[in-house]
Design a protein around this ligand. Structure first.
Ligand SMILES: Nc1ncnc2c1ncn2[C@@H]1O[C@H](COP(=O)(O)OP(=O)(O)OP(=O)(O)O)[C@@H](O)[C@H]1O
Ligand SMILES: [Mg+2]
Length: 600
């Protein structure tokens, strides 16, 4: 599959395998990464800009109206009093409509960005190289696709619009102030640096607190999540008080951080008010001095009003970078996930249906972070249609060997071939079409029984019914009021362990693939059900290349050959009779237990 998936918008980080570029630093540069997700709604941006400019222009209009009202409204030369409500209503109508339109357009942009980013993230989740799932937990991925994207985009868009709105209001008001009395404005302007310094100090502190707070919140969420997942074990082991203690410690830390940040936040307002009071006193004193030089009541009131109106946008502006950097920090994680997570790559070989000739050629597998090799120069050839059993102690590498075939794992060295073609030359979808797998851990979707059996393919009800019947689930389906259309619940918790396993077998039966991998496929079944399912599996295995991993001897008695693995190496290989005659590990295990006897 080519690197950039079609649903990932033409992101600047194009090839999926490109190394992570140097950390972009400036805010603008960081915001630029956001562009691919909102470019297509450009016209909404234009609407936002126009509406915001109009809104900002009305900002100095209120104090500007105050001037004629005070200067001429009450004198002898008074204008028609009806002009006041008309002007006021008109002003607020313009302002209100502009705000409304800007908000709607912004909501559109935010939701569109959310949709695009989520789609890109989920698309990457579906085609990402499987290392992703080893480095990221399920909850952290689901959290970043579902919640973080939403919160961060809403926060970012709100902060950005605030920035634009307040910035424009600020400019409008300043221009008006300079227009009516530039000297006074400049004098008051000297307070600017003081305001900036206070704001900077406060926002630095707030940012630091917010970061610690976020880390503590994540910890707290982990604690809750783990306790939900492990609720039974916690009770069984009496670990409640230890867990409560852990939660308590984190909550206390969080409470302390929240209080600190509240104090810092609350201190800003009184300090700002003091500054405003200082500015105001200065203005009043100077204005009184200038009273004889053309400073009218109207000019003065209008000036003060505009000055006071400055405070709110200045305050908000000084706080705007906080949410923006915070939101960007969260979104950057998502961008990285989309742009720097390599997609799976396959070749182009696609012969239709494979014959099922499998070769492991000197294959070595190492897990990242794992100690030693999981498979060590493994050589094994499996003929088309052959049934081969893999046995060996726990941890000997059986599952690892099986996972190589659908390329859930890549060998560190050596090659795996199917029908003579190396797996990496196969088109991924073609390769995976050839393999049906019942793995150790059965995973089901919260969907109907039929949809779980057909998984990904069209539902042919008759074939689904046959697969369910063959997997010995016929009775269960018959007992359910909605039959195969019954919902199975999240990960099929509504089914028993054995029923889940049989459902997985039905899924493999339905897929009808030339290569079949059964990894402990019948371990959760009792002897009676296993016998019944065995028959179905034997019918299924006919004509297919089958790898059966089992601890129970009875499961593999019909295998053509047995491969005994030990610590990642092939120890013995041959028919059961040969291996028993050889008197090695398999013979010993066989001697211990007859068919259906103790586990291997
Ligand atoms: N995701 C992983 N990360 C690191 N090491 C792993 C991982 N999966 C397996 N291993 C290691 O690889 C080795 C082989 O594991 P594998 O799952 O193939 O064993 P197995 O033969 O299937 O065992 P079992 O019979 O218990 O299922 C083990 O030593 C195991 O610790
Ligand atoms: Mg295993």
């Amino acid at each position: 599959m080519q690197s950039a998936s079609p649903i990932v918008p033409d992101a600047p980080g194009a090839p999926a395998t490109s190394p992570a570029p140097a950390e972009p630093t400036s805010l603008v540069q960081r915001l630029r990464r956001f562009l691919p997700y909102i470019q297509h709604v450009r016209r909404y941006w234009i609407v936002v800009v126009i509406a915001t400019v109009i809104g900002a222009a009305t900002e100095p209009a209120a104090p500007a109206l105050l001037k004629p009202l005070l200067d001429r409204g009450f004198g002898a030369s008074a204008f028609n009093p009806w002009l006041v409500p008309v002007a006021l209503l008109l002003l607020f109508a313009i302002r209100g409509s502009a705000g409304f339109i800007a908000d709607i357009a912004l909501a559109k942009i935010a939701n569109e960005a959310m949709f695009m980013l989520r789609r890109a993230l989920f698309g990457r989740l579906l085609d990402a190289r499987l290392d992703l799932f080893r480095s990221e937990s399920a909850s952290s991925l689901s959290n970043s696709i579902v919640h973080e994207v939403q919160n961060a985009i809403i926060m970012l868009v709100n902060a950005l619009t605030g920035l634009v709105k307040d910035g424009l209001a600020l400019v409008g008001l300043l221009v008006y102030l300079l227009y009516i009395n530039w000297r006074l404005t400049l004098i008051v302007g000297f307070l600017g640096p003081a305001v900036a310094w206070i704001m900077r100090t406060a926002s630095r502190r707030l940012h630091k607190l917010a970061k610690s707070s976020q880390a503590a919140t994540v910890e707290l969420a982990y604690a809750v999540e783990e306790n939900v997942l492990a609720n039974r074990m916690v009770r069984l082991h009496g670990a409640e008080s230890a867990q409560a203690g852990r939660f308590e410690k984190l909550s206390v830390a969080l409470r302390r951080l929240a209080m600190k940040s509240s104090v810092a936040q609350a201190a800003i307002t009184p300090v700002m008010h003091m500054l405003a009071a200082a500015a105001l006193s200065m203005v009043i004193v100077i204005a009184l001095w200038q009273a004889d030089r053309g400073m009218t009541v109207g000019t003065f009131a209008s000036f003060v009003a505009a000055l006071l109106m400055l405070i709110a946008p200045v305050k908000r502006l000084s706080e705007a970078t906080g949410p923006i950097t915070r939101a960007l920090a969260v979104l950057e994680r998502s961008f990285d996930l989309v742009e720097h997570t390599p997609a799976e790559r396959g070749g182009s070989h696609d012969p239709g249906r494979a014959r099922g000739h499998i070769e492991f050629d000197d294959v070595t597998v190492r897990y990242p972070g794992g100690s030693g090799t999981a498979l060590d120069r493994m050589n094994l050839e499996i003929a088309p249609g052959e049934t081969i059993a893999l046995v060996g102690p726990s941890g000997s590498g059986k599952t690892t060997l099986a996972n190589l075939l659908p390329r859930f794992l890549e060998p560190a060295s050596g090659a795996v071939r199917l029908d003579g073609y190396e797996l990496k030359d196969w088109r991924l979808s073609a390769l995976r079409r050839q393999i049906a797998m019942v793995s150790q851990d059965v995973v089901m979707f919260n969907d109907s029984l039929a949809a779980n059996v057909a998984l990904g393919a069209d539902i042919d009800r008759e074939r689904v019914a046959r697969a369910l019947e063959a997997a010995n689930l016929g009775d269960l389906v018959a007992s359910l009021p909605q039959g195969m259309d019954s919902w199975v619940g999240h990960n099929a918790t509504a089914l028993s362990g054995g029923q889940r396993q049989r459902l997985a077998i039905a899924r493999a039966l339905y897929k009808d693939a030339p290569v079949l991998i059964l990894d402990e496929a019948t371990s959760a079944l009792d002897n009676e059900s296993e016998r019944l399912v065995q028959e179905a599996l034997r019918r299924l295995m006919a004509g297919r290349t089958s790898l059966i991993i089992a601890h129970r001897l009875s499961t593999i008695e019909h295998a053509d050959r047995v491969a005994v693995l030990d610590r990642g190496s092939l120890l013995e290989l041959g028919t059961q009779a040969e291996l028993i005659a050889q008197g090695g590990m398999y013979a010993r295990l066989h001697a211990l237990g007859g068919s259906g006897g103790p586990d291997l």
